[in-house]
Design a binder for this molecule. Structure first.
Ligand SMILES: NC(=O)c1ccc[n+]([C@@H]2O[C@H](COP(=O)([O-])OP(=O)(O)OC[C@H]3O[C@@H](n4cnc5c(N)ncnc54)[C@H](OP(=O)(O)O)[C@@H]3O)[C@@H](O)[C@H]2O)c1
Length: 251
């Protein structure tokens, strides 16, 4: 039995699938209790059943301001303290600059940018010295990927939050870092606006650029998040870990 996160309480936004769910499993294996969020009661219930008695769930849409402002109160009904916050809820939509409309912009900025900022704001009062926050960014911020200007810009805003929040939270002794996944095999692409053919096309274009020549698995990202959440990362603050199979970055 691992004890890296023993007696810690973690909140994971978007914990019903992919990287968020794998992180919930890894946190629990390392001794933590977890609270996950998602948009739908049925998927929350299914996930909680799978995760077992150390998991609880809250329905909360990270793209809706009313839900974000209620999140702290809803969490308090489950736990008076949060030790670890992993802000993971998100999705990506793809469009060339010529095709972008206001909805495409708003839906991604609402969940990724507004959602991340107000989740951190609402949960901070429940966190104490020694707490750890991890935000989810993406390799797309480093590469200039076609058709992803809005998603990439939203994740770049999250990268920026890591730096600013790191300076603001230092006095509270709460650490904040980010995990930046490369291509990971989750429901992410199926939930985008891409057709199966377009997904194949992206996979075909992306894979040759990954030195490890495969998609990563959600558990491989979860391990880095558990590290950042734990005391093993006690001197890591304001930085970003790439879990991307060695994807080359354009600098
Ligand atoms: N997969 C990749 O290649 C990759 C690469 C870089 C970064 N990322 C990022 O990693 C994060 C997790 O994605 P994933 O790949 O694990 O995809 P996924 O399997 O589709 O999981 C996404 C999770 O986010 C939740 N979610 C989506 N919109 C939400 C909202 N408005 N409010 C609350 N929860 C919401 C979903 O829950 P419900 O559907 O139940 O609401 C689900 O639990 C995202 O931020 C994504 O942008 C993914």
């Amino acid at each position: 039995m691992m004890t890296k996160l023993n007696n810690k309480v973690a909140l994971i936004t978007g914990g019903t699938s992919g990287i968020g769910k794998a992180t919930a499993i890894d946190f629990i294996e390392n001794g933590a209790s977890v609270i996950i969020t998602g948009r739908f009661q049925n998927t929350i219930d299914e996930t909680i059943n799978e995760l077992g008695e150390k998991a609880k769930g809250i329905v909360s849409d990270a793209g809706k301001m009313a839900d974000l402002l209620e999140l702290g109160d809803k969490v308090k009904l489950v736990s008076s303290q949060i030790d670890i916050l992993y802000v993971n809820a998100g999705f990506g939509k793809y469009a060339a600059i010529e095709q972008i409309d206001e909805n495409h912009f708003d839906e991604q900025f609402n969940v990724i940018v507004k959602g991340t900022l107000f989740t951190v704001q609402q949960i901070l009062p429940l966190m104490k010295e020694g707490g750890a926050i991890i935000l989810n960014t993406s390799i797309v911020t480093e590469i200039g990927m076609q058709n992803s200007s809005v998603y990439s810009a939203a994740k770049a805003a999250v990268q920026s939050f890591v730096k600013t929040f790191a300076s603001e939270l230092a006095a509270k002794k709460i650490r904040i870092n980010a995990v930046s996944p490369g291509p990971i095999a989750t429901n992410y692409f199926d939930r985008s606006n891409l057709t199966a053919e377009q997904i194949q096309g992206i996979a075909g274009a992306v894979l040759p650029q990954v030195p490890l020549a495969r998609f990563g698995q959600p558990f491989e990202v979860a391990k880095a998040i558990t590290f950042l959440a734990s005391e093993d990362a006690s001197f890591m603050h304001g930085t970003e870990i790439f879990v991307d199979g060695g994807f080359p970055k354009i600098k």
